[in-house]
Ligand binder design. Structure first.
Ligand SMILES: [Mg+2]
Length: 346
């Protein structure tokens, strides 16, 4: 589906391992004062004065986590960084450095890796993090990418701090990444049958972008700081609203009522759900990969957040014995289940 625009193909073996990482990262700029030494020695050197450090790692595997038939390598590099930064922000931390390691088979020429690293560089620039290390090695099959993100934090927020009566809040809107994936999968099947078919993706631009080029909510962390709101618990939404709510509830030992009518959905998600004949609430609950922030705040903070277009109050926490429920538009109560992303496709 995505044309290979790289006419030139330089074999990786022409560079050798040592040349490769230097070549791919030679234009990366260091901008964090906590970066003392970046790439180029045996290890990076970082200095954080009187700050706590958060560290988070993700591993992405080709054909498990991404499909290169519709995922451009530049987007993949961008997304690999963003999904890691999302975990750092979910701790109420400021992301400062990343390391990026890849394992790659010889079917990828140097030019493909340059695309991947262009996406990594773009994300690092936009989110203001330094790329301070990494490794490249060969793989017999596909492409693997591992990103480790490092951040600094003063007031960390765990998943475990929610109290009964706290409000449950989510940023942005949900279900877009999953519906974008449905459109891309459908077009891939069409393309297999007729490679000359030019798909009209115009009605799906927002949801496809949500899938291929997600953003982490660094802005929401800043917003909460500006509003003087400290969440009592927080998590990022990588696996779907339902399973993330269950994580917060279980780790905080509380229950929850989630209101179906309050779940924020983009009009494009609603129209695409209608087209695919899928229930939009099910998509928001189980779709995953939205990388929005889900958090709880005390009721006293409600006036500070209620008018904000980036934030939706979608429910409130209860005693653990009351359980975790979805309150439907028809006012019936359904227990929340962690159906998740993988099972949803079956
Ligand atoms: Mg997470």
């Amino acid at each position: 589906m995505i044309e290979d625009k790289n006419q030139q193909r330089t074999q990786l073996s022409d560079l050798g391992e040592f040349g490769l990482i230097d070549h791919l990262t030679k234009n990366f700029k260091m901008s964090q004062s906590s970066t003392i030494k970046g790439i180029g020695d045996d290890a990076a050197v970082l200095a954080f004065e009187n700050k706590k450090i958060v560290v988070s790692t993700d591993l992405l595997v080709e054909s498990v986590h991404f499909d290169l038939s519709y995922m451009p390598l530049k987007h993949l590099g961008y997304k690999a960084v963003v999904v890691n930064l999302s975990d750092v922000y979910a701790m109420n931390a400021k992301a400062t450095q990343i390391t990026v390691s890849i394992a790659v088979s010889n079917r990828f020429p140097l030019e493909a890796l340059e695309e991947l690293y262009a996406g990594i560089e773009t994300a690092a620039k936009i989110y203001n993090v330094d790329v301070v290390g990494g490794d490249t090695t060969s793989s017999n099959t596909g492409l693997l990418i591992s990103v480790t993100a490092i951040g600094e934090v003063e007031d960390e927020v765990y998943r475990s701090g929610a109290k009964p009566n706290d409000l449950l809040v989510v940023s942005g809107d949900l279900g877009g990444a999953f519906m974008g994936l449905q459109v891309l999968e459908r077009e891939k099947e069409v393309y297999k049958v007729n490679p000359n078919n030019q798909p009209d993706l115009e009605p799906y631009t927002y949801i496809i972008e949500r899938q291929l080029k997600p953003e982490a909510r660094k802005d929401v962390i800043q917003l909460l700081k500006d509003l003087d709101v400290k969440p009592t618990s927080m998590i990022d939404i990588s696996d779907g609203l339902s399973s993330e709510i269950i994580h917060l509830c279980k780790q905080s030992n509380v229950g929850c009522d989630l209101y179906e009518e309050k779940i924020p959905l983009d009009p494009q998600v609603i129209s695409t759900c209608e087209e695919f004949n899928i229930d939009s609430t099910t998509v928001a609950l189980n779709g995953g990969e939205d990388y929005e922030l889900l958090f709880t705040v005390s009721q006293a903070d409600f006036p500070k957040i209620k008018a904000n277009p980036s934030l939706s109050v979608i429910g409130f926490m209860k005693d653990a014995k009351d359980g975790m429920h979805l309150v439907t538009r028809g006012d019936s109560k359904i227990p929340l289940k962690a159906q998740g992303w993988k099972n949803f496709n079956d």
